[in-house]
Design a protein around this ligand. Structure first.
Ligand SMILES: Cc1cc2nc3c(=O)[nH]c(=O)nc-3n(C[C@H](O)[C@H](O)[C@H](O)COP(=O)(O)OP(=O)(O)OC[C@H]3O[C@@H](n4cnc5c(N)ncnc54)[C@H](O)[C@@H]3O)c2cc1C
Length: 231
């Protein structure tokens, strides 16, 4: 990988932001066991940091992943683990599927605000009893008219107590466990979504981690990311 002056500019800009607007607050955020994700992400969005590798059409910079790698390396200057982890969840866990497989509507309604730092995104894959073995998740999304009705729950959801939407992995049929899963966008304010608790952890304190319950949560089927069963 050949680093260019553009990579250096990215590194310097992010480093200055970290020194000025993140590190002075890290101790306080670690004690509080949460950081103000909307405030921090809004500033990162203004600096273009949340969409480096996302398409220009969606509000990103359309750069190759070498820029994402430089960003990840620079985030290591943050004096705690939780904040860089939550930023990484926003850019590299909760939004890539949306960017690559989401419809134009989904990208406009959810991805673009996440790139601008107006929306905090989270990813709901792990469950109580389903960590490494993702195929064993129990959350279901049953079709009802034009909607999905989602029941189940997620565990260890990074930024889950303050996120605006969650990309939820659910079983959309009873067929084989590796072919029945779909990723569905669920706004966290939807009726039936409950942040059951904020989990206490051994580390990564500044990053809030949630257990989330879904009780007859109704979202349109068109909010599925990509083809059914391909989640
Ligand atoms: C701080 C934090 C944030 C997280 N954020 C999110 C999030 O935002 N969204 C989300 O969906 N999940 C999140 N997770 C969950 C994370 O993805 C899971 O912890 C991970 O998938 C592992 O699952 P588990 O903890 O249940 O461990 P297990 O799957 O129970 O694994 C326990 C141990 O067994 C080993 N192991 C498991 N299976 C095998 C095997 N077949 N062969 C050999 N060894 C094996 C593992 O390597 C591990 O060491 C988060 C977790 C943490 C700790």
């Amino acid at each position: 990988m050949q680093l260019t002056p553009e990579h250096d500019t990215l590194r310097d800009t992010l480093r200055r932001f970290i020194d000025k607007e993140i590190n002075p607050h890290v101790d306080e955020w670690e004690r509080a066991e949460i950081f103000p994700a909307h405030q921090v992400f809004k500033r990162l969005g203004e600096l273009g940091m949340l969409g480096l590798t996302k398409s220009v059409e969606d509000g990103g910079s359309g750069l190759d992943y070498s820029y994402g790698a430089v960003m990840a390396e620079t985030l290591a200057h943050i004096q705690c683990g939780g904040v860089p982890m939550a930023i990484g969840v926003q850019t590299d866990m909760a939004t890539p599927a949306l960017a690559h497989h989401g419809s134009a509507e989904l990208r406009r309604e959810f991805l673009a605000p996440a790139i601008r730092g107006e929306y905090v995104a989270c990813l709901g894959v792990s469950e109580v009893g389903s960590g490494s073995d993702v195929a064993s998740i129990k959350t279901t999304a049953r079709k009802d008219g034009d909607d999905y009705v989602i029941n189940g729950g997620k565990m260890w959801t990074t930024s889950g107590t303050q996120a605006d939407f969650c990309c939820v992995l659910a079983n959309t049929s009873d067929s084989a466990a590796h072919r029945n899963k779909s990723l569905i966008v669920v706004p966290m304010k939807t009726k039936g979504v409950e942040v059951a608790r904020k989990l206490r952890k051994m580390g990564m304190h500044a990053s809030d981690t949630a257990q989330v319950h879904f009780d007859d949560v109704r979202v349109p089927q068109r909010w599925r990311i990509g083809e059914e069963g391909m989640g």
